[in-house]
Design a protein around this ligand. Structure first.
Ligand code: FAD
Length: 298
């Protein structure tokens, strides 16, 4: 059945039994039945039509930087939108396709002396993934700069969501609760001083290098921050820094990260998550919720 995709799309856009460990920053994950990388909106629509007519499950993959794909992989079609990545500057606004790297959009903004997106330096996601997660850092988040978001449904219905319709909150957006695919976004920035913008970005990059375990694959902060607490110090106080199961380890540098020190399975990571949740619940009476998206079959 999946081979029918080759009748609709160029062979370069489709692969089968594709190991997802090659498409996630965690470097973990079993195979997807089919992986489609559309090179145009037409190919994206064709893929969605195929999934709808064959009733095949599908999911969108951005840069795979907030994902834990389970070890038996993903049934259905994974649609990787990284090739839809055009970035355009119009005065103080940026219009970019969802597959563009967020850090590239931020650097593009900086090169046009536009300020407001410096916080995005070092967030390794796509623009679409950043919209879905309302990604943020260092007192900034997507909600501060998003003007509108263009999205499409598998049926082909298109909608432009205005900022007020996006339900943006802490790592939350409406796209976590509907079946729209983010295809592009318009950001509103302000003209600033090039030196100040690049100095802020360099400062954020430096802070990441100092505090985050960049030397190992990970998916960033594993848990959502409970109100009034910081997850890293809570886990550290429990003596879990460096604790590992298989190749999955609570980072010795930042206890809010789980890193893949080599050969970690999703099963290892999930066990580690379970232990952390149990111990945090015992000591603090708080149930830590994963921020990372856990997908596929275990
Ligand atoms: C080292 C490291 C540091 C990080 N630092 C930060 C940080 O400072 N702040 C922060 O907020 N996050 C951080 N993250 C997490 C991650 O980069 C963000 O959550 C990012 O926004 C995810 O984007 P992505 O393209 O990788 O999404 P993916 O991981 O590919 O997908 C995440 C979810 O969004 C969905 N999705 C993706 N694109 C679309 C689309 N176009 N339309 C509809 N659904 C879509 C996917 O189906 C999935 O459910 C970090 C991660 C790493 C590895």
């Amino acid at each position: 059945m999946y081979k029918d995709l080759l009748k609709l799309l160029p062979a370069t856009s489709v692969s089968f039994d594709e190991p997802m460990c090659n498409h996630t920053t965690f470097k973990i994950g079993g195979p997807a039945d089919a992986l489609v990388t559309p090179h145009s909106t037409y190919e994206l629509k064709t893929t969605l039509e195929y999934c709808l007519s064959w009733q095949v499950p599908w999911m969108i993959l951005g840069a795979g930087s907030n994902l834990l794909v389970q070890d038996k992989g993903i049934r259905g079609v994974v649609i990787k939108i990284s090739e839809l990545n055009c970035i355009q500057i119009h005065g103080e606004q940026i219009h970019a396709e969802a597959g563009a790297r967020l850090s590239q959009v931020a650097r593009c903004a900086a090169s046009f002396n536009l300020t407001g997106l410096e916080f995005a330096e070092g967030i390794p996601g796509s623009l679409g993934g950043a919209v879905v997660m309302n990604a943020g850092a260092y007192e900034g988040e997507m909600a501060d700069v998003l003007l509108e978001v263009e999205a499409i449904r598998p049926s082909g219905e298109r909608k432009t969501f205005q900022h007020s319709e996006l339900n943006l909150g802490y790592r939350q957006s409406i796209f976590q609760h509907n079946d729209y695919i983010v295809v592009a976004a318009r950001l509103a920035l302000k003209t600033g001083e090039e030196q100040d913008i690049t100095a802020r970005m360099e400062d954020y990059a430096q802070r990441r290098r100092e505090k985050q375990p960049m030397e190992y694959p990970s998916a960033g902060s594993v848990f959502r921050r409970p109100p009034g607490y910081f997850v890293g110090p809570m886990i550290e106080e429990l003596g879990l820094k460096g604790f590992s199961i298989g190749g999955a380890q609570v980072s010795t540098r930042h206890a809010g990260f789980i890193v893949n020190t080599g050969g970690a399975t999703a099963g290892d990571v999930l066990q580690l998550i379970g232990i952390i949740q149990e111990k945090v619940a015992e000591k603090y009476g708080i149930h830590l919720q994963p921020e990372i998206r856990i997908v596929g079959e275990g």
